[in-house]
Write a protein that binds this ligand. Structure first.
Ligand code: ADP
Length: 414
């Protein structure tokens, strides 16, 4: 029968082409991590977003895909709400956060539609497949997937489509009720042959917004104990921190905008564990003659800092400072290897991120900066630390590297 007159044949052909596309795409991704939880509201999306961003900030090429039909929250968490999605005629272009992170979400495609979408099973599978295969992910070291919660058909579709995901990161809260869901999640992973990379205990202990002290007003440690019982790796605990809610509501990804907080440190620890496990797993799986480290970033031993200065001290008026101290720090030798003052071009909006990127700057230490400006820097792959005191620029770099730099509020000078 003529194909054009047979809609089923046409559909089968389209599906076959999509499968080929999906295979091609998956071959370009070194690690796929599925973030799972037994139920909604435990912080799965928060963990997925911050995990993806932290790995990207560590220099890896990362994709973050949100296929949580129950409320795709990644666009909000990443500050991408209402951002239009474009395509190049062939593929959907993911939104870029900084140089290394590509983001795609069901929510980005649905946001113009005010009507609730009623998804039926096959439509869900189709949507997940399309987002995987039709997004221009390119070569990735990690694809982090914010999966629908639970252990039903939706996470099952994710796992089946990914064919051989590297592993699952399971997020739980410490209370018993959540822990019973985790048992089910782990049983699910075992049933579908998805390796469990480890367990994250979220909202574990409370960080007081006033004194910054942690207290266990809620239960803590249940996830850790369960991980031990079920013989899965415990990746770490994230405290219940009101700043996470503030950041999420403001569309400011936590580990980027609150990088110097104790809670951000807990994310860093989890990411360190995840990288450790996945990179070790990869080494085990790769025969020596197949080893390809070309996409792994080389450890960067030298970092270039910029500090706005006046009279050789950090100047609070970022946009109007006379000069920038440009300082090279050698992370192996743990010392400053060069320092010079450079004069920025005359003030005009948006010029400093461009100019500092041209100077090869990796990190800016500033007193204050508006969030819009901060975002322009992050789009250039430059990390911004705000709330730095008015000290000598070299001292600030050394303190930052030693982890002793005390930052205060972001006193934005607009
Ligand atoms: P899920 O994806 O599991 O449904 P979310 O990541 O969307 O959960 O988080 C649910 C809510 O809990 C959000 O408002 C989020 O800001 C908040 N939240 C998540 N983790 C924490 C935490 N560690 N401390 C405080 N609030 C948190």
């Amino acid at each position: 029968m003529n194909k054009q007159s047979n809609p089923h044949a046409q559909e089968t052909l389209e599906q076959a082409l999509e499968d080929i596309e999906l295979d091609k795409q998956l071959k370009r991704i070194r690690n796929t991590l599925v973030v799972l939880s037994g139920k909604g509201g435990v912080g799965k999306s928060t963990t997925a977003a911050n995990l993806a961003l932290s790995i990207a900030l560590a220099g890896y090429k990362v994709g973050l895909l949100d296929v949580d039909f129950h409320g795709p929250s990644i666009p909000k968490l990443m500050g991408f709400e209402n951002k239009p999605v474009e395509n190049d005629g062939e593929k959907i272009l993911p939104l870029q956060f900084g140089e290394n992170l590509k983001v795609m979400s069901l929510g980005l495609l649905l946001q113009s539609n005010d009507d609730a979408v009623i998804w039926r099973g096959p439509m869900k599978m189709g949507a997940i497949k399309q987002l995987l295969s039709s997004t221009a992910w390119g070569d990735l070291d990690y694809l982090i997937i914010d999966s629908p919660p639970g252990t039903g058909d939706e996470p099952l579709s994710v796992v089946q489509l990914l064919k051989q995901p590297t592993g699952a990161v399971i997020v739980t809260q410490p209370q018993d009720i959540s822990l019973s869901d985790v048992r089910r999640s782990i049983a699910f992973c075992r049933k579908v042959n998805l390796p469990v990379l480890g367990l994250v205990e979220n909202m574990s202990g409370f960080i007081c917004p006033h004194c910054g002290e942690s207290s266990d007003i809620f239960k803590s440690g249940g996830g850790e104990k369960l991980a031990e019982d079920l013989k899965v790796t415990f990746l770490g605990k994230i405290p219940l921190d009101p700043q996470i809610v503030t950041a999420s509501d403001a569309g400011e990804p936590f580990v980027y905008f609150y990088s110097k907080t104790r809670t951000a440190e807990t994310f860093a620890k989890i990411v360190e564990n995840v990288l450790h496990i996945t990179e070790d797993k990869k080494k085990e799986n790769e025969k020596p003659d197949q080893a390809d480290n070309s996409t792994k970033p080389s450890a960067q031993s030298s970092l270039r800092y910029a500090v706005p200065v006046a009279a050789d001290q950090l100047c609070m008026h970022f946009g109007h400072c006379e000069k920038f101290a440009v300082i090279d720090y050698d992370s192996d030798e743990k010392k400053i290897i060069s320092s010079e003052h450079k004069t920025p071009p005359p003030h005009e909006p948006g010029i400093l991120p461009q100019w500092l990127a041209e100077q090869g700057i990796n990190i800016v230490l500033a007193g204050g900066m508006g969030n819009r400006a901060k975002r322009l820097f992050e789009e250039k792959g430059i990390r911004v630390v705000t709330g730095c005191p008015a000290d000598a620029p070299g001292d600030l770099v050394l303190q930052y590297e030693a982890g002793t730099l005390e930052t205060g509020d972001n006193l934005c000078d607009h």
